[in-house]
Design a protein around this ligand. Structure first.
Ligand code: PNS
Length: 159
C-alpha cells in the first residue's frame, strides 16, 4: 500500500524550511504531494504558476509531486488518496492556528490525520514572509531559499 501525504501551504515563495520538511516527510510516507493553495486569503507576491514552478525547481525527488489546489484542503487530500496532512511547527506562535486547522480538518474528514514536524534547528525562524521582506529591501536571502527563488525574487523586485 502506498502511503501518501499532502504538504499544503501558500509557498510564497518556497524556502529551505519547506524543502527540509518535505525531505523529513519521506521518512514515513512513500509519496508527498506539495499542495499549493490558490485561494489563500493573502494576496500573494508570486502567482500560482510561479509558486508551482519554483517548488518544482527546489524539489526534484521522484516521490514528490507539486499540485495547485482550490477549495478545501481535505477534499483535495481525499481526491489524491492522501491519509496524512503534514505541517511544520516552528514556534509556539504557530501552535494556536495549526491546532485549529488540524481539528477543523479532522472534523471535516476524520480519516485524515495531521502530523506536525519540527524543522531543522537553523531553519526554525525562517518564513516566506520574512524572505519576501528581506528581498524587497535588497537583502541577501541566498542562504534561505533555492537559487531559482533568489533570481525570481530579484526579478520581482527588479534589483
Ligand atoms: O502556508 P499557509 O498560508 O500557512 O497555509 C495555509 C493553508 C493553505 C494550508 C490553509 O489556509 C488551507 O488549508 N487552505 C485551504 C482551504 C481550507 O481547507 N481551509 C480550511 C482549513 S481548516
Amino acid at each position: 500500500m502506498t502511503r501518501t501525504a499532502v504538504y499544503p501551504g501558500s509557498f510564497d515563495p518556497v524556502t529551505l524550511g519547506h524543502t527540509d520538511l518535505i525531505e523529513r516527510s519521506l521518512a514515513f510516507v512513500d509519496r508527498v504531494i506539495v499542495a499549493v493553495a490558490v485561494n489563500a486569503s493573502k494576496q500573494p507576491l508570486f502567482t500560482k504558476d510561479e509558486r508551482v514552478a519554483l517548488l518544482n525547481k527546489a524539489v526534484t525527488h521522484p516521490a514528490v509531486e507539486v499540485q495547485a489546489f482550490d477549495g478545501l484542503l481535505v477534499e483535495f487530500a481525499k481526491r489524491v488518496g492522501a491519509t496524512v496532512i503534514v505541517r511544520g511547527l516552528r514556534a509556539v506562535s504557530d501552535f494556536e492556528y495549526e491546532f485549529q486547522m488540524a481539528l477543523m480538518n479532522r472534523q471535516l474528514q476524520p480519516g485524515i490525520e495531521t502530523v506536525f514536524l519540527v524543522p531543522a534547528f537553523d531553519l526554525t525562524y525562517l518564513s516566506s514572509s520574512l524572505v519576501r521582506e528581506v528581498a524587497r529591501f535588497g537583502g541577501d536571502v541566498s542562504q534561505l531559499v533555492h537559487p531559482a527563488t533568489v533570481e525570481a525574487l530579484k526579478l520581482k523586485f527588479r534589483r
